[in-house]
Design a protein around this ligand. Structure first.
Ligand code: DC
Length: 227
């Protein structure tokens, strides 16, 4: 299998991107890059510094942050200015504010540049909302993952529960719908499926099926590249 392909995965919150992308990366021995974690890290620091709503300050502040993303023991690890914030970026408060931060074009520019740098040698599975459209429009494999809102809400509620927060399912659903709307309708790089992306609906597939489907595509492309 080719060692230097770029696999781009986009889709709404709770569509199974992280779980699928992690497993695909593991099977290929590729680097897994969770770009959402970077938007979450900026959001956490903006909240801590009471900067919500102050766009210019947020951009300047985001530029000053030293964000380092890595993958340790099968999990995304993220530090900001040396502090490990891998757990804190998953809080309900960050979930509720991250869409607002990711609408800011100046913040996106800073993070997209870092992401392009991280994937430049290939051998990566990168997931987010604008990977197939902006970060890597020429990615070798482009996947758009979807799932029904009920299924996605159940998955997210379970994640919160497993992390010790019991958020009522209606609240999780409302939060997801709100994020779906903002992520898909914002001016800066909205979430869209490109015509050359393969759509995979994960409502009724197992994780293993999703992973196999993507690996099949990778194999087809890798074979084509070799010939
Ligand atoms: O994938 P996630 O739920 O961790 O992403 C958190 C938020 O970050 C999501 O609501 C939209 C934003 N995001 C984005 O705008 N672009 C990306 N490439 C990744 C995430």
């Amino acid at each position: 299998m080719s060692k230097n392909l770029i696999i781009a995965i986009d889709g709404p919150a709770g569509s199974g991107k992280s779980t699928t992308a992690k497993l695909v990366a593991k099977r290929l021995n590729y680097l897994y890059i969770d770009t959402g974690a970077m938007y979450r890290a900026v959001t956490l620091f903006v909240l801590r510094n009471n900067l919500m709503g102050k766009t210019d300050d947020i951009i300047e502040f985001a530029n000053s942050l030293n964000i380092v993303l890595s993958f340790i023991d099968g999990e995304t690890n993220i530090t900001v200015n040396g502090e490990d914030v891998s757990k804190e970026i998953r809080s309900f408060e960050v979930n509720s504010n991250v869409s607002e931060i990711s609408c800011i074009e100046g913040v996106r520019k800073i993070l997209v540049k870092k992401q392009q740098e991280m994937g430049k040698n290939g051998g990566v599975v990168m997931e987010g909302r604008d990977i197939t459209t902006v970060v890597y429009p020429n990615a070798d494999v482009k996947i758009f993952l979807t799932a029904g809102i009920d299924e996605r809400a159940e998955r997210r509620a379970k994640e919160f529960f497993e992390k010790g927060t019991d958020v009522p399912i209606d609240k999780v659903k409302e939060n997801l719908k709100n994020r779906d709307f903002i992520d898909s309708n914002r001016e800066a790089s909205p979430l869209t499926k490109t015509p050359d992306s393969i759509e995979v609906d994960t409502s009724n597939t197992t994780i293993e099926e999703q992973v196999e489907l993507i690996l099949d595509q990778v194999k087809i492309i890798a074979d084509k590249k070799r010939n």
